[in-house]
Ligand binder design. Structure first.
Ligand SMILES: CC(=O)OC[C@H](N)C(=O)O
Length: 304
């Protein structure tokens, strides 16, 4: 029976020297995953007061609770942004002059938190889109408490604000936290218009340079993705544009940076689209055969 762990420990420590690139020894402190998870939860509680916590929130104590949450959030978020900026700059030690990054992190934190009322305004439209778009939805409360699509959209709208402020790492950490919870993978770089609704939602993928207009409805398993592109083209637009009032049914795959789904189109389940379709299109596959029709949209033709 072996009972000496020393050779195993030595081999693992040695591998830190022999197998580089996946070590983070002597590097700067990275943003912390548990901390980002808590920040996201606290932002959720700030956005939907009374939904996320067991405490009773009344008008008379709302200001006190918000002050407490914002105060604590600001300090923690600023610290995580500071770490991500230091990582990005390759700064390894606190002895280096890190003051400008502390200052920058604080500036970003304030401008991000200033955005919260606007994010709440937009999320109310998303909740409304779910209420109107899903006959099974009974109330606003049900959507906030029980719709994973709304949770993913909330996290996206938050992560996108950090993305456009060029914060490294944290927006992707937020989107992956929510991906793990909901099975919905929205890249923080995606631009998503008002009144977005993802029904059932599991397995939806929305790529980095996707542009989605207003009043778009998407069902489970939809991919809005890139065609296979070379790494050197990573900065080009690789993902589709979905114009206003488009519905995309379950399992559809829409790919390519030059692909535009014209407004008021209906994309049926399980179709594969790599080129643009004009406004008011109906694209669907029936008995294995693809059919395209361009006509005025009537809703309700496709059921999942
Ligand atoms: C969603 C998607 O297209 O993923 C493919 C790859 N990650 C890319 O962004 O190009």
């Amino acid at each position: 029976m072996r009972d000496d762990l020393t050779p195993i420990i030595s081999a693992i420590v040695d591998s830190y020297d022999t197998v580089g690139a996946i070590n983070h020894i002597d590097g700067p402190n990275l943003p912390s995953r548990p901390s980002i998870r808590r920040i996201l939860n606290d932002l959720q509680a700030l956005i939907f007061p009374g939904f996320q916590s067991e405490e009773h929130i009344a008008r008379h104590n709302a200001r006190f609770l918000v002050a407490e949450r914002v105060g604590s959030l600001a300090g923690r978020l600023s610290e995580e942004i500071f770490r991500s900026l230091c990582f990005h700059q390759g700064i390894c030690h606190e002895t280096e002059d890190t003051e400008p990054y502390r200052h920058e992190a604080q500036k970003i934190t304030f401008s991000f938190l200033e955005e919260v009322p606007e994010i709440r305004r937009r999320l109310r439209l998303d909740v409304q889109a779910a209420l109107e778009g899903d006959p099974a939805a009974r109330s606003t409360e049900e959507i906030i408490l029980a719709y994973p699509g709304l949770e993913a959209i909330m996290a996206h709208r938050l992560a996108h604000e950090l993305w456009i402020r060029e914060v490294p790492l944290i927006p992707r950490m937020m989107s992956e936290e929510i991906h793990g919870r909901t099975g919905i993978d929205i890249h923080p770089g995606a631009t998503i218009g008002d009144s977005f609704f993802i029904d059932h939602a599991t397995g939806v993928v929305v790529g980095e340079s996707t542009i989605i207009g207003a009043h778009v409805k998407v069902y489970q398993g939809v991919t809005i993705g890139a065609l296979s592109v070379h790494k050197r083209d990573a900065n080009k637009k690789r993902h589709p544009t979905i114009e206003d009032n488009v519905t995309i049914y379950a399992g559809a795959t829409i790919l390519g940076g030059e692909t535009t789904i014209g407004h008021n189109s209906i994309i049926g389940g399980n179709v594969w689209i790599t080129s643009s379709v004009p406004p008011f299109s109906r694209i669907y596959s029936r008995a294995g055969e693809f059919q395209t029709r361009r006509e005025k949209s009537r809703t309700g033709d496709f059921q999942i």
